[in-house]
Design a protein around this ligand. Sequence first.
Ligand code: HEM
Length: 151
Amino acid sequence: MSLMIALHTLAAVIWVGGMFFAYMALRPVAAKVLEPGQRALLWCHTLSLFFLWVWVSIVTLLVTGYGMIGMYFGGMANTGWHIHAMQAGGLLMMLLFLHVYFAPYRRLKKAITADDTAEATRRVGQIRKLVGINLILGLIVVILGSGGRYL
Ligand code: HEM
């Protein structure tokens, strides 16, 4: 259990912390100091590295989350409401990520290859909104996952 909860928490820290840094620190500075073309390029390359870690985090969260439920809780029926809420919030975050990855992010890469700055800027704007939503969801899921059992 200790290994699974440690890996689970690490994956959550990497995913939610990465979104927090991107949204709260890199985004406002990039918007202020870079031209739209350079900004789209920065996001495309930064996200391509970060999204690899998000894939690793998602697999880790699912394997360790359901691993703990199967091996230590004896099934979903024996878990508290906070774990049900974490599962619902977590699955929603994963669906949103899949949408970002396969729709606006894929189109951002195409726009960069085609040197289409207007389209790339539009896609960066879409990704920004969706990552903002996922960041709020992620913060709520962390609060529920860590504090829920003491309520
Ligand atoms: C998607 C399916 C998920 C499942 C099935 C799941 C399952 C679990 C379980 C069984 C625990 C142990 C709870 C306890 O001992 O009371 C836990 C803890 C936790 N989970 Fe999840 N989880 C999921 C997704 C997520 C996501 C997406 C995040 C954050 C982004 C997250 C963050 C946490 C945190 C912060 C803890 C508390 C660690 C601690 O305080 O020791 N989980 N999760």
